[in-house]
Design a protein around this ligand. Structure first.
Ligand SMILES: [Zn+2]
Length: 128
C-alpha cells in the first residue's frame, strides 16, 4: 500500500514537472511570437518585399499552429492537474478504472484509460 502511494506521489510529481516544462515553453513561445509581431509591425511592406512578406506570413502561421498545440497540451495538463488535486489522478474519467502506469509514464496528462481513449476517438472521428 505504501508503495502504491509512493508511485502515485511520483506520478503526480512527474505530471507537475512536465506541466512546468510545458508552461515555460509556452511562455517563451508567446514571448518570441510577440517579438516577431513587433518586428513585423515595424517593417513597412513595400512591393518588392512581397516574397519576404509571404514568407513571414507562412512563418507566422507555423508559429500559431505550434502555439495552438502548446495551448491544447497545457489545457490537458491543467485538467490532469485538477484531477491530481482532487485525488483522482490516474483514474479513468469514463470507466473509473486505474490508468496503467505505463500509459501515465508516456502520457502523464492522460485522464482516460487506453480503451476509453480509443472509444472516444472512434466517436470523434465518426468511424462506422
Ligand atoms: Zn476507461
Amino acid at each position: 500500500m505504501a508503495r502504491e502511494l509512493d508511485q502515485r506521489v511520483d506520478r503526480v510529481q512527474r505530471l507537475q514537472e512536465a506541466r512546468d516544462a510545458l508552461a515555460s515553453l509556452l511562455a517563451s513561445s508567446i514571448a518570441s511570437d510577440l517579438q516577431a509581431r513587433e518586428r513585423g509591425a515595424d517593417t513597412s511592406a513595400d512591393d518588392d518585399d512581397f516574397v519576404d512578406l509571404a514568407q513571414e506570413v507562412a512563418i507566422q502561421e507555423d508559429r500559431e499552429a505550434v502555439l495552438d498545440v502548446l495551448r491544447r497540451d497545457m489545457r490537458a495538463f491543467d485538467h490532469a492537474w485538477q484531477r491530481a488535486e482532487a485525488g483522482t489522478y490516474g483514474i479513468c474519467e469514463d470507466c473509473g478504472e486505474g490508468i496503467s502506469a505505463e500509459r501515465l509514464e508516456f502520457v502523464p496528462e492522460a485522464t482516460l484509460c487506453v480503451a476509453c481513449q480509443a472509444r472516444r476517438e472512434r466517436a470523434w472521428f465518426g468511424a462506422s
